[in-house]
Design a protein around this ligand. Structure first.
Ligand SMILES: C[S@@+](CC[C@H](N)C(=O)[O-])C[C@H]1O[C@@H](n2cnc3c(N)ncnc32)[C@H](O)[C@@H]1O
Length: 332
């Protein structure tokens, strides 16, 4: 009798434990909240990623001042950072000389990856961020990312989490990055996570929040991969974003798609003038932008027409009442 109770108890604990182990978790934009206002990835963001992905090795291409490297060093067992500029490399060697877990490498990122990847056996988080970035940085190509992804593919690393920074600079070629990642592992989930793209394999059992799914569909629309209806539905999800995810999205300080999404949220809030102004600016060039990085004019015009119609209707409804109308005060 006692044994059967013990057995039932063990089965119960096992069921709870195994369901915990196999349960899926959700990647949310708000997990990157503390990166905003800084140019480096924050330790809190790494902690959030580690809870989801169980990664223990961090590889960064493009060290620059080493601020992200420094935050990673306090979290990951093993850190590799690669820099093409000799001056920045030397500064990083000096900064991290007391860190047993940090390896600073000099050279072109894809060449160094070629050398170090074969000996790395633990689960990797790649932070692919090598490109010219002003100051005393170096490099003259925005295409380095494709060489890096090719080296990951050649090394058959199919279980890593891959993060690509500054996706705004890739404009419509973001889908080339996604395709190169899917060539590494066709089962990867690829998501637009603010100004970062993240890809991870299915065995991580991680879901995307509805907002991340919607941003990804909206961001890739110019490639005509989805029909307009699907994209407008996704953008309704963006319009209705709430809580910390909404705050995080609004705080992304760039133009292009980020301004476009802010405009959608403003429109849903009934702030027509502010929304209109932001829609108009959302395909303007950004400081970093080699080209036009926002949505196509036809996409923007669709929303501008919607605002114009809403304004006409509101004016019609209110003129008889003789009230003074401030359109930005009206919430739908
Ligand atoms: C945007 S910064 C990196 C910022 C850094 N990862 C961080 O999170 O703080 C880009 C860096 O990449 C370096 N770089 C440019 N091309 C490179 C290449 N082919 N290989 C390695 N580093 C490169 C630049 O010198 C610059 O320091």
């Amino acid at each position: 009798m006692r044994y059967s109770i013990l057995l039932k108890y063990c089965c119960f604990i096992f069921t709870i434990f195994s369901s915990y182990l196999s349960s899926t978790s959700t990647l949310q934009l708000s997990m990157a909240k503390e990166n905003h206002g800084t140019s480096a990835l924050q330790s809190s963001f790494f902690q959030n990623l580690i809870k989801l992905f169980h990664i223990d090795t961090f590889i960064e291409t493009g060290t620059y001042l080493g601020n992200t490297t420094n935050n990673a060093a306090s979290i990951f067992q093993e850190v590799h950072t690669i820099e093409l500029s000799k001056n920045l490399y030397q500064a990083a060697c000096e900064r991290f000389k007391g860190f047993a877990n940090v390896n600073v490498h000099l050279g072109n990122s894809s060449e160094v990856l070629k050398q170090i990847l074969p000996s790395l056996k633990r689960k990797i988080l790649f932070w692919l961020d090598a490109h010219p970035c002003g100051g005393n940085s170096t490099g003259n190509s925005w295409e380095v990312i494709f060489d890096e992804l090719e080296i990951i593919k050649i090394n058959k690393i199919k279980n890593a989490v891959i993060m690509v920074d500054d996706v705004r600079i890739f404009g419509s070629s973001l889908s080339r990055i996604r395709d190169a990642i899917l060539e590494i592992n066709n089962n990867y989930t690829f998501t637009v996570f603010g100004d970062i793209a993240i890809a991870f394999p299915p065995e991580d059992n991680v879901n995307l929040s509805p907002l991340l799914q919607a941003m990804t569909i909206s961001r890739l629309f110019h490639e005509n991969e989805n029909n307009l209806e699907t994209v407008l539905q996704a953008e309704e999800v963006i319009a209705l974003a709430r809580g910390e995810e909404r705050e995080t999205l609004i705080e992304i300080p760039f133009s292009g798609y980020y301004r476009f999404w802010r405009s959608i949220i403003l429109l849903n809030d009934g702030q027509f003038n502010a929304s209109e102004e932001n829609f108009r600016k959302s395909n303007a060039r950004d400081f970093w932008s080699p080209g036009n990085l926002g949505p196509q004019d036809s996409r923007i015009n669709l929303y501008l027409d919607k605002i114009a119609n809403l304004k006409i209707n509101l004016v019609r409804n209110y003129t008889e009442s003789n009230e003074k109308i401030n359109l930005d005060d009206i919430v739908l």
